[in-house]
Design a protein around this ligand. Structure first.
Ligand code: SF4
Length: 328
């Protein structure tokens, strides 16, 4: 079987807080192949962003990887920030964030911020780095690239800044691009252009993409496969059509408002009654049971496992037997 580009096994992340140790990511496993586009979906606080920060080696000092491992091209990634991370980040794995203005440095020009990683990772001189930077700006659809190269981030529109962030992320030809809510701050027409740009990059350069989002429209546009997270756990995984056409977990159904048709998608997730539990007070049994209309005694006392059914559709719910059939 083809080796996965990224394999995350049983990842558990712990944060020290004033009120004790919490695990916003608990026993999460996921994987993706070269060129694959994977969406991680869920409400705020479900653990999707923390998972992506762990893959990037960007967890803060208060967080630790308490269990599990992450393999990239079969090699185990270091568990915390280190020199090794510096090499991997930017060369093999790059990240783009929701609000580029906070990620771009306001005191350096666009050109300085793109050419610096090129000079570091590709070991080229200033003139060559400038040429490669301008080519990259053109590649992400920026007209007047030579002029934009010398501009400061604040002089650019939100859409242009996000293109610059993507150009920086691409500056070292990463094999994996992680995009955390990359279009949330943009208006709808610019969102569509940025998603189109990312799709084009993935197919032209075989770049795998993990897109972290709460927006089902983005999932439908971008993803080959979808991981649904709830309260720090993966509750459902499947290809994009299985998730939209045949969602199984009651949480996924809630997100899709029980009428999963791609052409009927809304812009945002439906609000499900109740809220994501605090990591300090995780419910026993199924973590979704306080919000689930189907919860019974077993759901309250026993935690279901994530079980893979035929064809790589997996669900964590007592309603489904090992064949993926709904229990009576
Ligand atoms: Fe609902 Fe029970 Fe399934 Fe949890 S295990 S999602 S509570 S039916």
């Amino acid at each position: 079987m083809m080796e996965k580009l990224l394999q995350v096994d049983n990842l558990k992340i712990e944060f020290k807080t004033e009120n004790g140790v919490v695990s916003p990511v608990d026993n999460v496993s996921l994987g993706l192949h070269r060129g694959e586009k994977l969406a991680i979906v869920g409400e705020s606080g479900c653990g999707k962003s923390v998972t992506s920060l762990a893959i990037m080696g960007l967890l803060g000092k208060t967080a630790t990887v308490a269990n599990g491992r992450m393999l990239f091209e079969g090699r185990e990634l270091p568990k915390g920030g280190s020199r090794e991370w510096e090499d991997i980040r930017g060369r093999d794995i790059a990240m783009i964030f929701q609000e580029p203005l906070t990620s771009l440095n306001p005191v350096f020009t666009v050109g300085e911020q793109i050419s610096e990683p090129i000079r570091t990772h590709q070991r080229v001189g200033r003139a060559e780095a400038r040429k490669r930077s301008i080519d990259l700006l053109k590649r992400v659809g920026i007209n007047r690239a030579e002029r934009v190269y010398d501009e400061y981030p604040h002089a650019l529109s939100g859409g242009m800044r996000q293109r610059v962030m993507i150009a920086i992320a691409l500056s070292c030809n990463p094999k994996l691009l992680i995009a955390d809510e990359p279009t949330t701050a943009l208006d709808v027409s610019i969102q569509a252009q940025i998603l189109e740009l990312m799709r084009g990059i993935s197919s032209d350069y075989d770049t795998a993409i993990i897109i972290i989002t709460h927006d089902l429209g983005v999932v439908a546009e971008m993803a080959d496969r979808v991981v649904v997270m709830y309260a720090g756990q993966v509750v459902e995984v499947g290809d994009v059509f299985a998730i939209f056409e045949n969602p199984r977990h009651p949480y996924t159904r809630g997100l899709l408002n029980c009428t999963p048709r791609i052409h009927e998608l809304r812009d945002e997730l439906e609000v499900i009654e109740g809220s994501v539990p605090s990591p300090l007070k995780m419910p026993k049994g199924c973590r979704f049971h306080p919000r689930c209309a189907f919860a019974d005694e077993r759901c309250i006392s026993q935690q279901p496992e994530l079980i893979e059914h035929a064809g790589q559709h997996a669900v964590r719910c007592w309603l489904f037997d090992e064949h993926g059939k709904e229990s009576q």
